[in-house]
Design a protein around this ligand. Structure first.
Ligand code: AMP
Length: 114
């Protein structure tokens, strides 16, 4: 997608603080962190949001979730945990229309969200 900021990050046209990359997934630190640990894991395939997932994306999403768990543990969140969040469309607070999983940790987080 030409105007997608995360596709531009995947292509290397916009810099990011990468944590992990393979043929299907990219993980990078959020540019505006809301916790001591705050990173995003995205599929390289441009999927606009979780509502647009197809059955064929199941394995990809499983890998994405597992990668977030691995990286959260590597960044020190294994013992105290973290929050794994996917925002979707306007009511869900999504601001970038490329599916992404937030991982936030490193401090106690409030609930419910505002
Ligand atoms: P959401 O509101 O769920 O769509 O979250 C989008 C997230 O992307 C926000 O937390 C932003 O801070 C983050 N973000 C936007 N642009 C960049 C960027 N260039 N590099 C890293 N994170 C970004």
């Amino acid at each position: 997608m030409n105007d997608c900021i995360f596709c531009a990050i995947i292509k290397g046209d916009i810099p990011s603080r990468k944590i992990y990359e393979d043929t299907e997934l990219l993980a990078f630190h959020d540019v505006n962190p809301q916790a001591p640990v705050h990173f995003l894991v995205i599929p390289k395939k441009h999927i606009r949001n979780i509502m647009e997932l197809e059955s064929g994306d199941s394995a990809l999403l499983g890998r994405l979730l597992f990668k977030a768990q691995e990286l959260a543990a590597a960044l020190g969140c294994a013992d105290r945990g973290a929050r794994f969040v996917i925002n979707c469309k306007s009511d869900g607070g999504q601001t970038v229309d490329h599916l992404h999983l937030h991982t936030l940790g490193g401090k106690p987080l409030g609930w419910p969200p505002g």
